[in-house]
Ligand binder design. Structure first.
Ligand code: SF4
Ligand code: SF4
Length: 452
């Protein structure tokens, strides 16, 4: 694609990068067929190619974002399916990130939307605030059906209340800053990103990760000062808070890696949306003054999804196969963002599960960070489509590697669990609640069949 940025514009490193990305696109349109919003809406401007044109025009002109551009960029899930499909290697992720930042800097959203985005930014990345807010949201959940109107704001409020869980698990002491010693001879030392929303919604995921790794001889450090990876803000175009959160993590992990620390073999991330972000810290901080660019690159270089860490340290189950079939839901951030496709399924099979894959496994479930709150209609349609495919596998339960997908898919016919909880169970950990639920459903189905 030809571009016409001025030399002055190209002095900006973000613009230089976007120019480079735009020039790799050959407008072939292969990406449209695998883009969830194009599949649903059928509008070229809701396809990757259409969005690339819109972004090019917006950035080249240097003008503030228009409502039309904002509409189509906001509808993008950042699922990165287009990056998997693209034969030319267009780095759509960095391009759309730049576009979102430009939008936030130049476009004034309507007041209700500004307030909602600010609220999400103030609550979600902070576990204490998020927990308190969910307490109120549980009351809201009961009132969700009473929210009047069909406006976008009313839809968003209903979506927020619907997604709030009916009960919250107690906070886990294992997630507090501390060192979890390895069992037996120490074979490795890793930092665990305990995350923000995940540690409130499902502390069992971090608990399973810590149990499993320490049992495998890996010391797990939960460092002081780490927190949200910054992705929630980053995907809303809130650059400054995203960088502040990322910098705090880089500082916390660098303290372990640099002189005086005990060293790290990996930074383990068990929410794949966060993993994609942490692996991109090197790019995000590339222009930052010393020591940040170098520190960020080092952190990014050792960041691993939990499935990669389990493979590296030699996961081996100890229980007999449970006789359960798992439908594996590939989170977009894992399959498209990190290109980790076979490994989680291989680990599940090694653990003794029969693994099935749904049709259209490449399409997003509609979760996408805050997307299901900001674009509830599209997110709802994608959820129904995904649940339909997952249920048609006739599996006992769904496994996935991302808390966003887990929350989005909960409430369908099949229980949903994080992959690591199943792997931990098969290696001596407690049975996940979703498994008990799946076994109960199977017993009931058999009893019903017997009664016929
Ligand atoms: S597949 Fe790649 S090169 Fe082709 S239009 Fe899409 S982004 Fe451009
Ligand atoms: S990131 Fe996903 S929704 Fe956005 S353009 Fe690419 S395929 Fe479409």
């Amino acid at each position: 694609m030809q571009t016409s940025f001025t030399p002055e514009q190209l002095r900006d490193p973000d613009m230089r990068e976007s120019n480079r990305i735009l020039r790799t696109c050959v407008h072939c349109g292969f990406c449209t067929a695998t883009c969830p919003t194009f599949v649903l809406l059928g509008d070229e401007l809701d396809s990757p190619r259409g969005r690339i044109y819109l972004i090019k025009d917006m950035l080249e002109s240097g003008r503030p974002a228009t409502p039309e551009v904002v509409t189509h960029i906001d509808r993008c899930l950042s699922c990165l399916s287009c990056m998997t499909t693209c034969p030319s290697g267009v780095h759509y992720m960095h391009l759309v990130d730049h576009a979102r930042r430009h939008i936030e800097e130049t476009y004034r959203r309507p007041l209700p939307e500004r307030l909602l985005r600010r609220l999400l930014s103030l609550l979600l990345p902070y576990p204490g605030r998020f927990r308190a807010a969910l307490g109120g949201a549980r009351l809201g959940r009961m009132l969700a059906a009473l929210v009047p109107g069909t406006s976008m704001t009313a839809e968003r409020l209903r979506a927020m209340f619907r997604l709030a869980p009916s009960a919250l698990p107690a906070p886990s002491p294992m997630q507090r800053p501390q060192v979890h010693r390895a069992e037996g001879k120490r074979r490795g030392r890793v930092a665990l990103l305990t995350g923000c929303a995940q540690q409130v919604l499902a502390p069992s995921i971090n608990e399973a990760t810590i149990r499993l790794l320490t049992r495998m001889g890996v010391e797990v450090v939960v460092t002081h000062g780490q927190g949200c990876c910054g992705a929630l803000d980053h995907h809303m175009g809130h650059h400054a808070p995203a960088m502040r959160l990322a910098r705090a993590n880089i500082a916390a992990w660098s303290a372990e890696m640099e002189d005086g620390g005990e060293g790290l073999d990996a930074v383990v991330v068990n929410a794949s949306g966060c993993g994609t972000m942490v692996k991109d810290y090197g790019f995000l901080f590339r222009e930052e003054p010393a020591p940040w660019a170098e520190r960020a690159a080092k952190v990014a270089a050792i960041a691993m999804d939990v499935s990669e860490a389990l493979e590296r340290f030699g996961y081996a189950p100890t229980r007999e196969p449970p006789g359960l079939t798992v439908a594996y839901h590939a989170a977009c951030s894992l399959q498209h963002g990190q290109k980790i496709t076979a490994l989680p399924k291989d680990l599940l099979k090694r653990a003794g599960f029969a693994v099935k894959e749904p049709a259209e496994a490449h399409l997003c479930c509609g979760s996408a960070g805050t997307y299901n709150l900001l674009q509830p209609e599209i997110a709802g349609k994608l959820r129904e489509r995904k649940l339909g495919h997952l249920e048609r596998t006739h599996a006992d339960l769904i496994a996935t590697g991302n808390i966003g997908c887990l929350t989005q898919l909960t409430g369908g016919a099949l229980p949903v669990v994080h992959t690591v909880e199943l792997l931990d169970w098969m290696a001596g950990g407690p049975e996940p609640g979703a498994v008990a639920q799946a076994r109960r459903a199977r017993r009931e189905a058999m009893a019903e069949q017997g009664a016929r």
